[in-house]
Every structure is written in structure tokens, then in C-alpha cells.
Write a protein that binds this ligand. Structure first.
Ligand code: SAM
Length: 299
């Protein structure tokens, strides 16, 4: 990893991760479209994508809310904020502001959005409930919070292989956050005060040559030092598992059943007390950054 790729986000904030995340946006596009359909995101809605990375669902939301709605992106990593601005320019969506802020303390005003969304952020933070509480705070009464995160419960390969099982266990153990979070999403939303919480789940199958057939190997490589630090495996053993699994995943008869992609959504209670006043920013034509926000915008 180069110095410019060093980030708080464990998978890095370099060009390789940008490319992976943009490809992943396409992998999850259909599920994201289905989610916003279910919620009923409509022209004129004020929406925000928390932890948007290099694109997230900003383009999908922009398409739904139209010129009279607004979309804001937020990410903690300045490099991802720059990348998102670049992705938006490439899609003629320069009017979408992206701000640098921590998802748990955005500084944006209470109840200022009709939809507050995150995807694959909660899987990468130590205290997901802090972020869900902030998402709930940002949502107007009757507006929606929507979350999409993985649960590694289903991630396996067929035919089974001991190298897969060992690498899966070691990589999950070395991940600093909860790789089995997906199943907890409805509970997190309810705990944050959302009502009538809905849930859905999707699982994909990959084959040799598909982009995520070898994702476990990539994660194991990124987490190599942490895996070795757990001292449950030697370097020689780790290298041999990687070699064996790499060959197994190249076999045309080997499929991987991917992690379960959970979605949960729910409206904010209509009687929820709000202290804040929504701040409209005439320069951005949107609700952020607000006057008391500590966030900085990239356009
Ligand atoms: C796996 S990426 C997902 C990006 C995007 N949501 C998507 O679905 O393509 C996780 C993103 O969450 C961001 N992130 C992690 N912790 C964050 C925090 N506390 N506040 C804001 N962003 C955060 C990372 O910088 C990264 O861009």
C-alpha cells in the first residue's frame, strides 16, 4: 500500500479500492434500485448517502429525486470525497455536493432529509449503532432510514475446501468490525427509533472469472498482517492455503456462494420531537453543508 492509500478504512482509499467499489456499485445496482422503489423515493425528495465512497448510490438517488430534489454525499476520507466528486463529474452530476464528515457526527441539522441511506459502511465501523443514531437524527418525521450491509454467514465455496474454511475463519477473525452484522440491521434501526422496519436479503453465486470469485483471497491479502498477528497460523501455512484456494477457485466447476446482502429500512416516527431547524443552503441548492456543520464540501 502506498502512503497516499493509507486511510482509516481498512481496505484503503487508493485507486484499486476505487475501481473495486465502482464495480461493486454495478453489482448491487439492481438491489439498490429495488430498495428505493420500495421506499417510494420520488421527485423533490431530500436525500443523503452516508459513507458514499467513490459513488455509492448518489447517481441512483439523483435520478430519482430529479432537479427539484437534492442529493448529498458524505464520507470521512477526503480521498473518497475527491473520488466521488470525480465520479459525479463523469456522470454530469456536478450539482451533487459531497462533504467530508464522520458519519456518527455529521454536524448537519436535525430532521433535514426525507431519506438517509448507507451501504457497506456499518460493516466497516466499530460502533455501528452510533452511525444509525445519527442517521435517525437526520431524518425528518415520516422520512426513511435505509441500510445495506453484508453478513458472511452464507459465504462459502462448493465443492467445499479446507483452505476456504481456514481463510474464511482467519479473515473474519482479523476484521476489526462485525462481518455478521447484516442480520442485526433491523434491530439496529428499531433501537434508533425507526418504526415499521422492513428487511430483505439477497445472495449471489460466482464462478471462475467472475469479479468476486476470489474476493476472500483479496481480503486475506489485505488483512495478512492482522491474520498473522492472531498467531493461529504460520506464514507458511497461510501461503499454502492461499495457493491451494487460488487453484480451487480457478476450477470451472467451483462456485462461491457470496455473503448475504441484507437491506433494512424504516420510517421515522411522525411524532418524533425535533429541536433543530432545517437549514437550506442556497449556494448548493441543497440541505448541506449547514451553517453549524463542521463538514467541508467538494464540488
Ligand atoms: C465499503 S465502502 C462503501 C462505499 C459506498 N457506500 C458504496 O456502497 O459503494 C465504505 C465507505 O465508508 C466510509 N466510512 C467508513 N467509516 C466512516 C465514517 N465513520 N464516517 C463516514 N464514512 C465512513 C469509507 O471511507 C468508505 O468510503
Amino acid at each position: 500500500m502506498t502512503t497516499s492509500e493509507i486511510s482509516d478504512y481498512a481496505l484503503g482509499a487508493g485507486e484499486a479500492e476505487r475501481a473495486r467499489l465502482l464495480a461493486q456499485c454495478e453489482i448491487h445496482r439492481a438491489e439498490a434500485e429495488h430498495l428505493v422503489d420500495r421506499i417510494g423515493v420520488a421527485p423533490g425528495w431530500r436525500t443523503i448517502d452516508i459513507g458514499c465512497g467513490p459513488l455509492g448510490v448518489l447517481d441512483i438517488l439523483a435520478g430519482r429525486v430529479g432537479p427539484h430534489g437534492c442529493v448529498t454525499g458524505v464520507d470521512r476520507e477526503p480521498r473518497f470525497v475527491e473520488m466521488a466528486a470525480r465520479s459525479l463529474r463523469e456522470r454530469d452530476l456536478e450539482s451533487v455536493p459531497v462533504v467530508t464528515a464522520d458519519a456518527a457526527t455529521t454536524g448537519l441539522p436535525d430532521g433535514s432529509f426525507d431519506l438517509v441511506h448507507e451501504r457497506l459502511v456499518l460493516n466497516n465501523v466499530a460502533h455501528p449503532s452510533d452511525i444509525v443514531a445519527e442517521m435517525s437524527r437526520l431524518t425528518r418525521p415520516g422520512g426513511y432510514v435505509a441500510v445495506q450491509d453484508m453478513d458472511w454467514i452464507s459465504w462459502t465455496c462448493q465443492p467445499a475446501h479446507t483452505a476456504w474454511d481456514r481463510l474464511h475463519t482467519a479473515t473474519a477473525a482479523s476484521w476489526v468490525c462485525d462481518v455478521f452484522l447484516g442480520r442485526r440491521l433491523p434491530e439496529l434501526l428499531r433501537d434508533a427509533g425507526l418504526v415499521d422496519v422492513g428487511v430483505d436479503a439477497h445472495v449471489r453465486v460466482w464462478r471462475a472469472g467472475d469479479p468476486y470469485q476470489k474476493l476472500l483471497l483479496r481480503f486475506a491479502e489485505i488483512h495478512r498482517e492482522r491474520i498473522l498477528a492472531l498467531a493461529t497460523v504460520t506464514e507458511t501455512e497461510l501461503d499454502s492455503w492461499v495457493r491451494e484456494l487460488d487453484a480451487h477457485l480457478d476450477h470451472p466447476d467451483t462456485v462461491t456462494l457470496y455473503a448475504t446482502f441484507f437491506q433494512a429500512w424504516g420510517p421515522q416516527a411522525r411524532n418524533r420531537h425535533r429541536n433543530g431547524v432545517m437549514t437550506w443552503n442556497p449556494r448548493s441548492g441543497c440541505c448541506s453543508p449547514a451553517a453549524r456543520s463542521t463538514a467541508t464540501a467538494a464540488r
